[in-house]
Design a protein around this ligand. Structure first.
Ligand code: ATP
Ligand code: SF4
Ligand code: MG
Length: 369
């Protein structure tokens, strides 16, 4: 069997906005041609700034949203258009952990009901006693106690509530779990515990994990491969270690330069990206990053870069990644975006992004094991 568990090709989701009487409708290109492949057993991360389309992509992959265009395959089966029983089966095999553990749990349901409900839906053959046993088992799996089943969500902390959300997701024995910013609503002090829990569960339960995050520090700790999104598209993807050591796309460099020192291993030299993120309703022509890219040249505004192979394992969508990586002097280039200043920034940025001195904690932990 192929080692690809989930695959998207040319996936698009466009929302129509506005359009009252005489008003013009706007087309929001939330996801605009995304192709990714998630391998069985890995943790695959999707990162990017707020509004770049991460949640929309996650909801498309889960079939919680209908794609405007494109193909999605789960375990080799086309799921882009499935309905009814097939969709119910998909809901069993692929589960979601939501960002906000405060609003995603029904406050009127006890924890036992919250976790028992998906068991009842997906494993209807179990007796009531078996179900109760299963709830107790799931609660201890996520680090809670069986007697917590009688309590209600408001009696728990944010971290505990997210554990309840995870227990709920695990109730159907899914083969793939998608977490949309599963820790970003939690206190920093408990984020690591929940990240570690997800990481351990993944190995114990033989699952594949897709994690959406805007926090690269989280990604570095737990993901095997990563896709970086900008304005509805993937601009770079590859093994996490490789991307952290050698980011090729200028946007990835900027994201990496913004990681706090503690996660990055050295003083932070932050590249202040010029300008606001453009709206996905009016994405820039050519390379969508050209309005903020310190390396942009004239043709970047007209030529669309394809996501092409940079190495066997990684891909990048930039016309000039080789030149940028080769550190070629700026002389002789068309100064489309203040290149001399940009070039200066590039050195600081590139240095910061490529010379992380602390070992990756995830790799270090593996080495000890
Ligand atoms: N139902 C919708 N109708 C119209 N526009 C939408 C809808 N859902 C999302 N969008 C728009 O699509 C874009 C991508 O949104 P999305 O929520 O996927 O981003 P995100 O990367 O998850 O952001 P965040 O990090 O803030 O969660 C945004 O511009 C958003 O306003
Ligand atoms: S294609 Fe041009 S604008 Fe886009 S990231 Fe590369 S250098 Fe920057
Ligand atoms: Mg989101």
């Amino acid at each position: 069997m192929s080692d690809t568990i989930l695959k998207a090709e040319g996936l698009k989701k466009h929302f129509h906005l506005g359009g009252g009487f005489m008003a013009e409708t706007k087309l929001v290109r939330a996801v605009d041609g995304v192709s990714i492949e998630v391998r069985r057993g890995e943790t695959f991360a999707i990162v990017g700034e707020s509004g770049c389309g991460k949640s929309t992509l996650a909801r498309l992959l889960m079939r919680l949203l209908e794609p405007t265009e494109g193909a999605i395959e789960f375990e080799g089966r086309d799921i882009a258009g499935i309905r009814g029983r097939d969709l119910r089966e998909l809901r069993r095999d692929m589960q979601f952990v939501f960002q906000d553990p405060f609003s995603s749990l029904n406050p009127r349901m006890s924890v036992g009901k919250l976790v028992g409900e998906p068991i009842e839906t997906h494993r209807p053959g179990l007796s009531r006693a078996q179900r109760r046993q299963e709830v107790a088992r799931l609660l201890s799996t996520v680090g809670l106690r069986p007697e917590h089943a009688d309590r209600y969500p408001h009696e728990f902390s944010g971290g505990q509530r997210q554990r309840i959300g995870i227990a709920r997701a695990l109730a159907s024995n899914p083969r793939l779990v998608i977490g949309d910013e599963p820790v970003s609503a939690l206190d920093v002090s408990v984020q690591a515990q929940v990240v570690n829990l997800l990481h351990d569960l993944k190995s114990e339960l033989d699952m594949t994990l897709v994690i959406i995050a805007h926090d690269l520090a989280v990604i570095r700790h737990m993901s095997d491969r990563v896709a970086v999104m900008y304005l509805g598209q993937v601009v770079e993807s590859g093994p996490t270690d490789e991307i952290f050591a050698n980011p090729r796309h200028p946007y990835t460099m900027a994201l990496l330069s913004a990681i706090p020192e503690a996660a990055h291993g050295r003083a932070r030299t932050r590249l202040a990206l010029s300008g606001e993120t453009p709206s996905p309703a009016a994405p820039p022509s050519g390379c969508r990053f050209h309005t903020r890219c310190p390396f942009a040249r004239e043709d970047c505004a007209t030529r669309i870069p394809e996501l092409g192979a940079a190495t066997q394992e990684s891909r990048v969508a930039c016309h000039y990644w080789q030149e940028i990586a080769a550190d070629r002097p700026a002389a002789g280039l068309t100064p489309a975006a203040g290149l001399s200043e940009g070039a200066q920034r590039r050195f600081a940025l590139y240095e910061a992004a490529t010379q992380a001195t602390t070992p990756n904690p995830r790799t270090a932990a593996n080495a000890e094991a």
